[in-house]
Every structure is written in structure tokens, then in C-alpha cells.
Design a protein around this ligand. Structure first.
Ligand SMILES: NC(=O)c1ccc[n+]([C@@H]2O[C@H](COP(=O)([O-])OP(=O)(O)OC[C@H]3O[C@@H](n4cnc5c(N)ncnc54)[C@H](O)[C@@H]3O)[C@@H](O)[C@H]2O)c1
Length: 262
């Protein structure tokens, strides 16, 4: 990876939730390649261990932890274990998320609660547990993964869109509160990105998806990882409270009235 030439995270320790697959895996690998020791947190312990193996094979190090980020005791324990194993924590990436695609009329209260639990409640829990470590760090930074769904309608998943909109305001207000302590808080809002979360699409749909993007292709996990690494690094030392769309311009698009305007 070209970005590996940057060692922005040398000596730093990162905690990446949902790091066992998709965008979280790409973030964990990217930060490790840039010098960070990474705690890979995932509901799927085997997947987290697999990513730690990849990190070690590339010359990095870290710890794999199986935990459900929507559960208070599990998050508190994961933060204790990661900080102890890595010798502190500087960077928190709240990436774990789930999506349930259903129309509002079919959506259950359990769908709502599960979606908010993994996508938003988790951020309250991880940020609270991590705060003492971020305060001890000279490079404390949080990056939350929101979604293009926070910015515009995409598909029917109302709880997901509402939770991701919550991530945007959570990010803004936490940035305000922690700014005086030198801890930056930002978010990335990915557009449709080729991961298992998009698994319901056929190959044809993935290929033709490019046509809806201003930049003519679907997102890759590495596109999101690059933005996360930037926001977590000193290169973004004057940026806080921001939500950066990483969408290939997809949220800019609307159908023009005349085809020649498209
Ligand atoms: N893929 C996209 O198109 C897309 C678009 C916008 C935003 N996002 C967001 O990016 C993030 C990552 O999505 P992805 O596409 O890589 O998803 P993914 O389903 O490919 O991977 C998610 C990972 O999170 C883990 N996870 C799920 N629930 C968990 C829990 N309760 N505790 C701990 N780990 C848990 C899963 O085991 C999995 O390894 C999510 O927050 C998602 O909402 C994705």
C-alpha cells in the first residue's frame, strides 16, 4: 500500500470496533501499516483473530478481542484488556455497525433497538470507557463511522438512517466538549462500499452501481480507511467535529430533468 510509507501512527495504540471484516478490517490494517498497535474488536472473535494474524504477517502487532459493542460490560472489559495489552490507547475508531433493510411498516421495535444498540449506543459506551486513556494520550482522537444515509435517503432502513444521523450530532457535540482537552472527534460518512454489508446485491448490481456515482465507481473499504487514518492523525490536527463524506459524490447526485444535463 502506498500509504504505508507514512508512519503517522508510530508508537500509537488504536482500538477499532468491527475490525474483523469489511471497512473495519481495512482501517485496522491501514493503521497497523502506519505504525499503530491495533486492538481489533469484533463480535466474531475468529474474524478479529484473522485480522490480527494479517497485521502480524505484515510486521505489525496488536490484540484481538471478541466483544459485542452494544453491551456495557463487554465494552468496559475490552477497553481494560486492550489498554493493558498495548500499554494505553490513543485512537478510537467506532466502526462496528449493522443494517436492517426493511420498509417502516415492517420494521419492529427489536429492529430499532438492535440498530441503535450497535450503531449508536456502542459509541456512548466506547467513548466513555476510553476517555481516561484519551486524556492520558498526547494524540487522543476519535473517528466515528456514520453513513451517507445520515445525509440523504438511500434505501428503506429508517432506524439505520436515524442512528447514523445521531452519529453525526454525537460527533459534533463530543468534539465540542473534548476540544479543550486536545481530543479531536470526527466522523466519516461512507457511501455504498463493497463489503459483506452490501451482500444482498448481485454482481450486475455492483457493477452498474458505478453509474450512480459522480466518480463512476463504488467505494472500496480502503477509500474509507484512508479518510479515517487522515482524521485520526496529526495531519488533521486542526479538524474536529467534522463529518467527511466518502461517497464518490453519490450524495450529490439527483436525476436531472433533461438527459443532456446529467
Ligand atoms: N458497506 C457500506 O456500504 C457502508 C456504507 C456506509 C456506512 N457503512 C458503515 O461502515 C461500518 C462498517 O460496515 P461494513 O460494510 O464493513 O460492514 P460488515 O458487515 O462488512 O462488517 C461489520 C463488522 O462489524 C462486526 N460487528 C457487527 N456487530 C457487532 C457488534 N455488536 N459488536 C462488535 N462487532 C460487531 C461484524 O462481525 C463485522 O466483522 C458500519 O458502521 C456501517 O454502517 C457501511
Amino acid at each position: 500500500m502506498a500509504q504505508a510509507e507514512r508512519r503517522d501512527f508510530e508508537g500509537r495504540k488504536a482500538f477499532v470496533t468491527g475490525g474483523g471484516a469489511g471497512i473495519g478490517r481495512a482501517i485496522a490494517l491501514h493503521l497497523a501499516e502506519a505504525g499503530a498497535k491495533v486492538a481489533v474488536i469484533d463480535l466474531d472473535g475468529g474474524a478479529a483473530s484473522g485480522v490480527l494474524k494479517e497485521i502480524r504477517a505484515a510486521g505489525g502487532d496488536g490484540i484481538a478481542i471478541e466483544a459485542d459493542v452494544s453491551q456495557e460490560a463487554a465494552v468496559d472489559q475490552a477497553v481494560v484488556d486492550a489498554a493493558e495489552a498495548l500499554g494505553g490507547l490513543d485512537v478510537l475508531v467506532n466502526n462496528a455497525g449493522i443494517v436492517i433493510i426493511k420498509r417502516f411498516a415492517e420494521t419492529t421495535l427489536d429492529d430499532w433497538d438492535r440498530t441503535f444498540g450497535v450503531n449508536l449506543r456502542s459509541m456512548f459506551l466506547t467513548c466513555r470507557a476510553m476517555l481516561p486513556h484519551l486524556r492520558d494520550s498526547t494524540a487522543g482522537a476519535i473517528v466515528n463511522i456514520a453513513s451517507m444515509a445520515a445525509l440523504r435517503y438511500t434505501v428503506p432502513h429508517l432506524p439505520y438512517a436515524a442512528a447514523k444521523a445521531g452519529v453525526v450530532s454525537f460527533t459534533r457535540d463530543l468534539a465540542f466538549e473534548l476540544g479543550g482537552e486536545g481530543i479531536r472527534v470526527n466522523a466519516v460518512a461512507p457511501g455504498p462500499t463493497a463489503t459483506a454489508m452490501m451482500g444482498r446485491l448481485t454482481d450486475d448490481e455492483v457493477d452498474s452501481a458505478g453509474l450512480r456515482f459522480v466518480l463512476s465507481r463504488m467505494g472500496r473499504p480502503e477509500d474509507v480507511a484512508e479518510a479515517v487514518a487522515f482524521l485520526a492523525s496529526d495531519r488533521a490536527s486542526y479538524i474536529t467535529g467534522a463529518t467527511l463524506p466518502v461517497t464518490g459524490g453519490a450524495e450529490l447526485a439527483s436525476r436531472p430533468l433533461r438527459s443532456e444535463d446529467g
